[in-house]
Ligand binder design. Sequence first.
Ligand SMILES: [Zn+2]
Length: 310
Amino acid sequence: MFQLYASGSFSIETLTVKMISLGLITKNGGTLQESVVHRVLRSPFYYGKMVWRGKIEPGIHEPLVDYDTWLLCQRVMNTHNQNGSRKRKHNFLLNGFLYCEDCQGRFYGEQHLKRGKLYRHYHCGTCKKGTYSDIDELEKQVKKWFGKVEMTEQYANELRSKAKDIVESLRGTTNDERQALVNQKTAIDIKIRNAEDNLLDGTFKKDQYQRVIARLEADLEGIEDGLAKTTKDYSKGLSQVERLVDMAENIKQTYHDAEPEMKREYLDLFFSKFMVKDGKIVTALPSEYIKPLIANGKLTVRVRNGWLPG
Ligand SMILES: [Zn+2]
């Protein structure tokens, strides 16, 4: 199962169907569920580790899969997730960053139509009532927080190396996507050749052959488009990271101009949480990347006010 998924040619859904067709059932003899497949693929248990008190420790059991294959599965899954949630990210840019000042719970993005008007807000999943905050207003406030970040040369340097990591991971993701597409392309090429053979040996009538070829060529075109797009996505991300480094002294504008996916990267770079009360962001917590700089007293990132130390 790990090997199939690592090939990149399966989604969780199609892999589940495949495993059922191969006769895999649950411990209790029930039908295999997608959620189970997802959990198994994610679990470090299967390459021989145990999760113990939130830490990953070596286990004493026989591993079912080697670490490299497991790791490849995680990357495939991340690639799929990223593609699947691109739209959502755009809608709710701040999902995962907003927390409730009163109860410390998470805020969630939500939108609904009411008498033809679209309402969009974030709200505390626990307090709910009274915490509904306008999306645009909160996103505007986050932008202001980027304006509070003053960057020194030393921090700009640290940022450069972090930006390099982002470029590396973009490259990795793109390679995974490309590989999956190339595999699909190869599979279709083989099918086309088979169809040609079938025509030649008389298994296919001419109109049958033409129908099959038309379908395969349409598929092929879709894949070619996908391949062209991965290259474009990657170079777009790359140029934005380069811009971030060049414009380190004007992070607010850089953030403002960025595409939603890059906005999420910038948010990750600078902030771990924004605490919300009465529709306002009252505090911003720095990210793990810049926390050490604050904690060891170097304070290379100076922010005018409102930061919680460390
Ligand atoms: Zn709350």
